[in-house]
Write a protein that binds this ligand. Sequence first.
Ligand SMILES: [Fe+2]
Ligand SMILES: [Fe+2]
Length: 213
Amino acid sequence: MTTRELSPLDRVLSEAQRALDTVFGAPGAERPNPAGNTAELVLEPDERRHSAGLMRINHVGEVCAQALYCGQAAVARDESTRGHLLEAAQEETDHLAWCADRLRELDSRPSLLNPLWYAGSFAIGALAGLRGDGWNLGFVVETERQVEAHIDEHLQSLPEGDQRSRAILRTMKADEARHAENAEAAGARILPMPVPALMAAASKLMKAVAYRV
Ligand SMILES: [Fe+2]
Ligand SMILES: [Fe+2]
């Protein structure tokens, strides 16, 4: 691997490539899917639809997390912060792939609005990143905590028989908690109001839309 400095054009092109992979590609997971051999029980049509709606929200959540981290990394001044953010984004790729697998098993599909979710989250990440590194890590903590909270809601709400989705969400929840702890340990600052409230409002809107579209 070369260590030459990337030009601004190289950076823009590699960001565009990553965005296209996340939104339209089928990123491969490094770890095996946690659903493994968990039995696929027969779900009623309305249960299947509900499961698919929840897993689509989780998939969008992962698209947004990747875009946020890439937006932050794109403007990070410090190389080690950039590395930390890109590593965090990479770890979300497993989640993205597992949610996409489950959507296929449920005869459903990811959100049609993924390009929009990606673009909006990338912009928010870049804005946050311009405030400096403590903010960057604070954003990671807040994002991970919010994702963890909606995974918890989904674990309650999924149909009783959908143990395959549950297995995936349980592993994701443990990973997100670890991501938040790592960012805290690396010196995250606590985001002032109204930033966490605005992030929660944006995620509520995303969940309402992504459940259906
Ligand atoms: Fe994730
Ligand atoms: Fe995460």
